[in-house]
Design a protein around this ligand. Structure first.
Ligand code: GLA
Length: 404
């Protein structure tokens, strides 16, 4: 199925209303993602372990013969947007959804001559500002659309890198995880992804594992308030690494996080860090190297069908994100606790943190119990809310353009 019939019909009607004939000829669809483990590692050159979701952003579109883009969003709050493509596009206001489309257009225009834009009706069902990469899905969907209407093709790894660079347009010094998994996702698989250059190891998900994603309902706006906190973490990690390397005990050790995690035993790294660093920098360093090491352990656990082991790694990841990296929140901690107490094998915050979602691993037979407990103990005691609170993630294929 290209798109759920209700969404496709809605997009067709919206397109006809706004852009008339001829009918749209293409559909570009890009998924959001949930990261299972490897959090705040990508921008430090260490691997992540996400899967692409069954939730996506879809553009129903018709190519144009000039280099303009016109958009209308099915969600009325987001309205219409229009701009001319160039390699220097003035952004909309900060936080505007249209900036993710501009980001794709500007980046691509800096590499290729773009003669054609498109008219598109846009619909997304990735929960917004929830740490599930609705923004990267928006960017990746636009990127693939622009490439298609201009007859451009790139190898996947280059595209993943380009998409990651493109997103810097919105002012977040992000890593490449969200764009890489949105482009490279695979049904029934989670992917260990390494960076610079992007490398992927698809790992089949055991049939009885379920990942329950539940939303704190506290917005974690990537382009809003959390942006500065996120960017601060990236600076702290860089500084921690510099100081670590400058310490005499680290003489002769490799000089990147990647090489350190892969070449030096973790206890030794932590011992030297204890001498070289203190306070916040020590905490950040400890999170990054321990989380980096957990990714490979988690992959082994998934390959071996060891759900309990995978769950323990998720728990350790959450503790480290809460204590050392300081990106959790009361609500995230509560969701994680409820999931564990009701039968999950492990649970953690997912995405950048500061709100957004948690993810819990449970076996198929226990999933309903976990879902019920989350409803009862979290959502039922909150003010009424719009949208979806929780769902079971289905590992899905990456972004694609379909001819209609
Ligand atoms: C955000 C960024 C990603 C990654 C995560 C944290 O989602 O976009 O690149 O850094 O935070 O793991």
């Amino acid at each position: 199925m290209i798109l759920e019939p209700e969404r496709l019909d809605g997009l067709r009607a919206l397109f006809a209303q706004n852009f008339g004939l001829p009918s749209p000829s293409l559909l570009s669809r890009a998924p959001g993602r949930v990261n299972l483990i490897g959090e705040h590692t990508d921008y430090n050159g260490l691997p992540v372990f996400p899967m692409a979701l069954q939730r996506n952003v879809a553009y129903l579109l018709r190519p144009r013969t000039d280099a303009r883009v016109r958009l209308v969003n099915r969600d009325r709050r987001y309205g219409t947007r229009e701009f001319a493509i160039s390699d220097a596009i003035e952004p909309f206001a900060q936080g505007d959804w249209g900036n993710y489309v501009k980001a794709a257009a500007q980046k691509l225009a800096s590499r290729f001559e773009l003669r054609c834009g498109f008219d598109a009706a846009v619909d997304g069902n990735v929960p917004l500002a929830a740490g599930l990469s609705s923004s990267s899905a928006t960017l990746v969907g636009a990127l693939l659309a622009l490439m298609r209407v201009n007859g451009l093709e790139l190898p996947l790894a280059e595209l993943q890198e380009l998409a990651a660079q493109a997103e810097r347009y919105v002012g977040v010094a992000g890593g490449g995880m969200d764009q890489a998994i949105s482009l490279g996702g695979r049904a029934q698989h989670a992917l260990v992804i390494d960076f610079a250059p992007v490398r992927m190891q698809p790992t089949r998900m055991p049939g009885d594992w379920r990942f329950v994603v539940s939303n704190t309902l506290v917005m974690a706006e990537k382009s809003g308030a959390a942006r500065e906190a996120y960017n601060a973490r990236t600076r702290e990690c860089r500084e921690a690494l510099e100081r670590f390397r400058a310490h005499p005990d680290a003489a002769g050790l490799p000089d990147s996080y990647y090489a350190l995690v892969h070449g030096v035993a973790l206890p030794r790294l932590l011992e030297i860090a204890g001498h070289a660093l203190g306070g916040v920098l020590l905490q950040r360093f400890r999170h990054v190297v321990s989380e980096g090491a957990r990714v490979e352990q988690a992959r082994q656990a998934m390959l071996g069908g060891d759900a309990a082991g995978f769950g323990r790694l998720m728990d350790a990841s959450h503790a480290s994100l809460r204590e050392d990296y300081e990106v959790s929140s009361t609500e995230l901690d509560l969701l994680v606790e409820i999931a564990r107490e009701s039968g999950a094998l492990g649970a953690r915050l997912t995405g950048a943190g500061f709100g957004g979602c948690s993810v819990a691993l449970c076996l198929a037979d226990d999933a309903q119990r976990v879902v019920d407990a989350l409803h009862r103990r979290y959502y039922a005691v909150r003010p009424p809310f719009e949208g979806e609170a929780l769902f079971v993630a289905e590992a899905s294929d990456g972004a694609r353009v379909f001819e209609l």
